[in-house]
Design a protein. Structure first.
Length: 327
């Protein structure tokens, strides 16, 4: 297929672009390089620098589908700058959808997020794995802006026959060969811990140790970027005109911040000092996915699910010069 990957110079977009190229697709990566890196676009894919708000000309070349990653994606930043998130994530996607309709491109795979759900449902006093049918009550503007896109996609499928799949990512981590997280300002847990092991930081801050969890730190569901990317190829094939399907993507197992630090210590052999800090605004205590639906309906199987593997792949990539600097 001839495919447009928005955000194709970013972390997840570049891994999906690489797997699409490996599968023989004709891939164009569109990225404004606000957070992405031109050298992250895999060889074999064409790179176009530009905004999703100006994609009409490109789409008029004729594409079979769009995989839409380009977005603002930091929970903390979204609490401080909500308008940025509404304008990029909802406004930008509406412009892209308009351009798709005008140019007759009907197939879309969208990067949605666990942050659309907010605090997970309780099973007695314990939170349980989140299902796609659970209520969506985002606790931050990032999740709210992505939920607004999901709502729009459902409407567009009904009104205009759009063939859409949203994948709700939990905590994506790890690396795929040289492709890794390379954020100029790194906020994510695993890359920040690995910076300590690399000697680039003295310690890692633990944002809150008084959450209602076993050890007091936040629990998250880490999914390997290579497994996550594979789900996009399945989703692309599953897109059906007039429907919008939503699938969670996680491993089904939660790890606390302290447990993640311990695994990073084992993998790297470094001591990794931690410093207790205050809670980060917008962070839910626990987010763990049920991925039963995508396993059952699309046959997705995570092949690199263990946290040790995820951390080991990230650790190997950040010591690989070919992965490029995080600037
Ligand atoms: N954390 C720390 N110290 C750090 C960085 C993070 O303690 O230096 C904590 C956070 O407070 C959180 C956990 O580690 O409890 C994971 O934080 P990340 O920033 O790595 O990831 P988030 O859970 O905030 O967000 C990620 C994606 C979102 C997505 C969300 C869904 O960035 O896009 O997962 O679970 F919505």
């Amino acid at each position: 297929m001839k495919l447009l990957v928005t955000g194709g110079a970013g972390y997840i977009g570049s891994v999906v672009a690489a797997q699409l190229v490996e599968e023989g697709h004709d891939v164009t990566a569109l990225d404004d390089l606000s957070t992405g890196h031109a050298d992250a676009v895999p060889s074999g894919a064409r790179f176009v620098e530009g905004s999703i708000t100006e994609a009409r000309g490109l789409l008029s070349e004729g594409f079979d589908g769009v995989l839409h990653f380009a977005a603002k994606s930091l929970v903390g930043e979204s609490v401080e700058k909500p308008a940025l998130y509404w304008s990029h994530n909802l406004g930008g996607t509406l412009a892209l959808l308009d351009a798709m309709r005008e140019t007759g491109v009907n197939r879309l795979v969208f990067s949605s997020t666990a942050a659309t759900y907010g605090e997970p449902p309780l099973d007695g006093t314990r939170s349980r794995a989140i299902l796609e049918t659970d209520p969506t009550r985002p606790t931050n503007p990032y999740g709210a802006s992505k939920l607004a896109v999901d709502t729009t996609l459902t409407a567009f499928a009904g009104l205009y026959g759009l063939a859409a799949v949203s994948l709700r990512y939990f905590n994506v981590a790890g690396a795929y060969g040289r492709f890794r997280e390379r954020h100029a300002v790194e906020t994510h847990l695993i890359p920040n811990i690995l910076k300590v092991a690399l000697g680039e930081r003295e310690s890692v801050s633990v944002f809150g140790d008084d959450y209602p969890t076993a050890d007091g730190t936040c629990v998250r569901d880490y999914v390997h970027v290579a497994d996550l990317a594979r789900a996009h190829l399945l989703a692309l094939d599953a897109c059906t005109a007039g429907t919008h399907e939503i699938f969670n993507l996680g491993s089904g197992t939660g790890f606390s911040v302290k447990e993640v630090v311990d695994v990073c210590r084992q993998v790297t052999g470094h001591e990794i000092p931690t410093v207790a800090g205050p809670r980060r605004p917008g962070d839910p205590a626990v987010l763990v996915a049920s991925s039963d639906k995508i396993q059952r309906e699309l046959g997705w199987k995570p092949g690199r699910a263990s946290l040790e593997t995820i951390v080991a792949d990230a650790w190997a990539a950040c010591q690989t010069p070919e992965s490029g600097p995080a600037v």
